[in-house]
Design a protein. Structure first.
Length: 156
């Protein structure tokens, strides 16, 4: 697998929406329950660009395998089903932190659904994020209350 992390292009918005939509419907990684519209993704991309914040994609030979962005310096990383476990999150987070530093961010916050999966927490820990808190039962999805873990990392 040859994955390249690069800035989002307009043609990437559809695959990004598909990836997020899968998580919205099938997981508790986000508390949103439905996919976002193409217009919503375009507006987010324009907003982040205007703020000088990164919106990156992991391109696996022309197929979008994941994406990451920083909004108000809270990171968000989602990997396409079937592409998890291949280090794509590591590629995305490394580039995202570099781009956040270039944009002048001082801190990055990760808000991670406490779903019992250690992968996201472990990824953030490996990049120096520290546990800074927990919000108990703040989201309700798939018939269950979900807590979130808060992690933080200084950039500069």
């Amino acid at each position: 697998m040859t994955v390249t992390v690069r800035p989002l292009a307009p043609a990437d918005l559809g695959p990004v929406g598909d990836i997020f939509g899968w998580y919205a419907v099938n997981s508790v990684a986000t508390f949103e329950e439905a996919p976002r519209s193409a217009a919503d993704w375009a507006a987010l991309a324009a907003e982040l660009s205007g703020l000088g914040l990164p919106f990156l994609v992991a391109d696996d030979g022309g197929r979008i395998a994941g994406y990451a962005y920083a909004a108000t310096v809270e990171n968000s990383i989602f990997i396409a089903p079937g592409h998890t476990g291949h280090g794509i999150g590591r590629f995305l987070l490394a580039e995202l932190l570099t781009a956040c530093a270039a944009a002048g961010a001082r801190q990055v916050i990760a808000v991670i659904a406490d779903s019992g999966s250690a992968a996201s927490v472990g990824l953030h820990e490996s990049f120096g994020f520290a546990h800074v808190g927990r919000l108990t039962d703040v989201g309700f999805k798939h018939g269950s209350w979900i807590s979130t873990l808060l992690m933080q990392r200084a950039i500069s």
